[in-house]
Design a binder for this molecule. Structure first.
Ligand code: AMP
Ligand code: GLY
Length: 447
C-alpha cells in the first residue's frame, strides 16, 4: 500500500456519498492490520489513525489524540465527520471511550465500559461465565492473602494466580507448586501490579493446547471468526517469560470441529448473558480457550481484537470490512457479510533485543519492502516510527509482524521466515519455531 493510494482514497471521499470516514484508536500491529483491511474496503472514505505508527502513515492520516480521553475522541470525531470509531486496545474501552462517543451519537466498534469489564475484571468475567454456564477453571476471588493461600493449597500440582485488573498481560502466574502460588499471591497483594492486584483470582491449572476464537457482535448477532493460536512465551520451545505474543497462525488444526462448535457456543452464550444482564456487548469478543480432555474451557475473555491474532485472522477474511464493523456498531450484523479464505496465515513477530524486559529504540530498519515483495507476505508495523528524513526506526518491544498467506501451512511458514530474514535492524530478535506444534495431535501436544 503506497502513500499515493491513501491520498487517492482521501480525495475520493469528497465525491462519493456512500463511503464512511473511520477513526481507528491504537498504535500496534493489530491496529495496522485493522487499518489495512479498512483501507482495502470499497466503502472507506477518509481513514484516521490515533496515533498510528511508522507503517500506518501510508494508509491513514495520523492524529495525536489522547485515546483514553472519551470527550476528546468524541469531539475529534464530530469535528471531522467520522462515521465510525474503531477502538483497538482495551484501555480506552475500560476507560469508557466507547460510551463517550455513543453519547454523541457516533457509531463505535467496541464495548461500553460496563461490558469491557469482561477483560477489565477477572472476577466479573468469572461471574458472567457462571451465569452463562460456560466451562472454565474452578476459581475463587480474594481480597485477603491468607484466604487466597488456603485455597491455593487445595491444588497440589499448582494453580494459576491472576491479578483481577488490567496488567498488560503480565498479571498471571502459572504456579507449579503451592510455594510458587503463595509467592505470587503475596507479590500481588504487596502491590506488584498496583490497584489491579488488590483483588486476586486463584484458579485450577488447566492442561492442553490453547486456541483463540474471536467473534464479532452487534450485541445480538454473533459471527465467529477463524481460530488462531498465539505463542506467548519469549523463547523457543515455549520457554521464558510471557510476552504480548511472539507469533501466531490460523487456522488451528488441533481444535476439532466439536471444539470449534463448543467455542462458538461459549461466545454466543456470553454475548446473550451480557444482553440479558443489561450490558449489551458490541465489538470483538476474544475468547481464550484451553482445549482440555473435557473439551474447551475458557482461560480469559478480552474485549477487543487480539494482538497478534488479528494479523493472521483479518487477512483470511473476505468481506467489506468497513461495512462489517459499521454493522456491528449499528445493530445490523449479518453472518453472510463474511466469507473465508481456505488457506493459511502465519505471522512472525520481530522484537527488539531484551523484550519483554528493557530494550533500546531508535534503530534504523531496512528491508521491509524486500520482505513485502515475497509472494503472499504483508508486514504489519507495531513499534515503529518515521525519523526526521522519513527513515523507519524501531520504537517499541514488538517491532514488526511478518505475515504470510499460502494454500498450505508449510508454505505460509516458509514464506514468513524467508521474508523475516530480509528485514534488518540492530538487536532484531525472533522465535524461529512459530507453529512448531501446529500439526501435532492433542495427545502428542506436550511431547
Ligand atoms: P490470561 O491473561 O488469563 O489469558 O493468562 C495468560 C496465560 O496464562 C494464558 O494464555 C495461559 O497460557 C495461562 N493461563 C491462564 N489461565 C490458566 C489456567 N487456568 N491454566 C493454565 N494456564 C493458564
Ligand atoms: N494475543 C493475546 C492478546 O491479544 O491478549
Amino acid at each position: 500500500m503506497s502513500i499515493r493510494t491513501s491520498l487517492e482514497r482521501g480525495a475520493m471521499t469528497t465525491t462519493s456519498r456512500n463511503t464512511k470516514n473511520v477513526l481507528v484508536l491504537g498504535s500496534g500491529g493489530r491496529e495496522h492490520a485493522i487499518l489495512a483491511k479498512l483501507a482495502a474496503s470499497p466503502s472507506i472514505g477518509r481513514l484516521w489513525a490515533a496515533p498510528g505508527n511508522g507503517g500506518t502513515a501510508g494508509i491513514a492520516t495520523s492524529v495525536a489524540l489522547p485515546i483514553e480521553d472519551g470527550a476528546q475522541v468524541a469531539a475529534f470525531a464530530k469535528e471531522n465527520a467520522i462515521d465510525l470509531v474503531v477502538v483497538g486496545p482495551e484501555a480506552p474501552l475500560v476507560a469508557g471511550v466507547a460510551d463517550a462517543c455513543r453519547a454523541e451519537g457516533i457509531p463505535v466498534f467496541g464495548p461500553s465500559a460496563a461490558a469491557a469489564r469482561l477483560e477489565g475484571s477477572k472476577t466479573f468475567a468469572k461471574e458472567v461465565m457462571e451465569a452463562a454456564d460456560v466451562p472454565t477453571a474452578r476459581w475463587e476471588s480474594f481480597t485477603d492473602p491468607e484466604e487466597a493461600i488456603a485455597f491455593a493449597r487445595e491444588f497440589e500440582d499448582g494453580c494459576v494466580v491472576k491479578a483481577d485488573g488490567l496488567c498488560g498481560g503480565k498479571g498471571v502466574v502459572v504456579a507449579s507448586s503451592v510455594e510458587e502460588a503463595e509467592e505470587a499471591i503475596r507479590a500481588c497483594f504487596d502491590g506488584a501490579f498496583g490497584e489491579a492486584g488488590a483483588v486476586v483470582v486463584v484458579e485450577e491449572r488447566l492442561r492442553g493446547p490453547e486456541c483463540s476464537l474471536l467473534s464479532l457482535t452487534d450485541g445480538t448477532t454473533v459471527v465467529a471468526l477463524a481460530t488462531s493460536q498465539d505463542h506467548k512465551r519469549a523463547l523457543e520451545g515455549d520457554l521464558g517469560p510471557n510476552t504480548g505474543g511472539m507469533g501466531v497462525y490460523s487456522p488451528v488444526p488441533v481444535a476439532s470441529e466439536a471444539d470449534v462448535v463448543a467455542m462458538v457456543e461459549v461466545n454466543e452464550r456470553v454475548v446473550a448473558e451480557m444482553a440479558r444482564a443489561g450490558n449489551p456487548y458490541v465489538g470483538c469478543l476474544y475468547g481464550g480457550f484451553m482445549l482440555t480432555d473435557d473439551g474447551p474451557k475458557v482461560l480469559e475473555f478480552n474485549c477487543r481484537f487480539g494482538d497478534p491474532e488479528t494479523q493472521v485472522v483479518l487477512p483470511r477474511m473476505d468481506c467489506d470490512f468497513v461495512e462489517v464493523l459499521y454493522a456491528c456498531a449499528t445493530g445490523t450484523l449479518d453472518p453472510q457479510m463474511i466469507t473465508w479464505d481456505n488457506g493459511w496465515a502465519l505471522s512472525v513477530v520481530l522484537t527488539s533485543a531484551g523484550y519483554p524486559g528493557s530494550y533500546e529504540v531508535g534503530k534504523e530498519i531496512t528491508g521491509v519492502e524486500d520482505a513485502e515483495d515475497v509472494e503472499g507476505v504483508t508486514v504489519f508495523h507495531a513499534g515503529t516510527k518515521r525519523g526526521k528524513d522519513g527513515e523507519l526506526l524501531t520504537a517499541g518491544g514488538r517491532v514488526l509482524n511478518v505475515t504470510a498467506q499460502a494454500p498450505t501451512f508449510e508454505e505460509a511458514r516458509e514464506l514468513a521466515y524467508r521474508a523475516a530474514d530480509l528485514i534488518h535492524f540492530e538487536g532484531k530478535t525472533l522465535r524461529k519455531d512459530i507453529g512448531h506444534r501446529a500439526m501435532r495431535s492433542k495427545e502428542a501436544w506436550d511431547e
